[in-house]
Design a protein around this ligand. Structure first.
Ligand code: AMP
Ligand code: ZN
Length: 107
């Protein structure tokens, strides 16, 4: 997808602090962290937002959620973390490629 900053990160065209990558998903640190640890899990498939997902994405969405606690633990959030998926203009979405925020201070 042209002009999508997250697709460019997936294509390694712009740098990011990657913390995970597999065939379907990638995770990297948020450039403006709102907590001590703050990273994003995104699908490699360009999906605009949660609102555009269909049953076709059921397995992929499940994988994103199940990856969250594993990476959170690895990143030092053993005692819990927050998750967010901002959806649409009124939901505060700024980057139009589906992403799951995981963040916390690890305390
Ligand atoms: P939102 O669309 O509001 O859920 O949030 C988009 C998030 O992407 C924000 O927290 C940004 O700080 C983050 N972000 C934007 N550009 C980059 C980038 N190049 N690398 C890492 N994170 C980014
Ligand atoms: Zn994209």
């Amino acid at each position: 997808m042209d002009n999508c900053i997250f697709c460019e990160i997936i294509a390694h065209k712009i740098p990011a602090q990657l913390i995970y990558e597999d065939a379907e998903l990638i995770a990297f640190n948020d450039i403006h962290p709102r907590a001590k640890v703050h990273f994003l899990i995104i699908p490699k498939k360009h999906l605009v937002s949660l609102a555009e997902c269909t049953e076709q994405e059921q397995e992929l969405l499940g994988k994103m959620l199940l990856l969250a606690p594993k990476l959170a633990k690895q990143q030092g959030l053993q005692h819990g973390f927050k998750t967010a998926i901002n959806t649409g203009r009124a939901g505060g979405q700024e980057v139009w490629h589906l992403h799951l925020h995981i963040y916390g201070d690890g305390v």
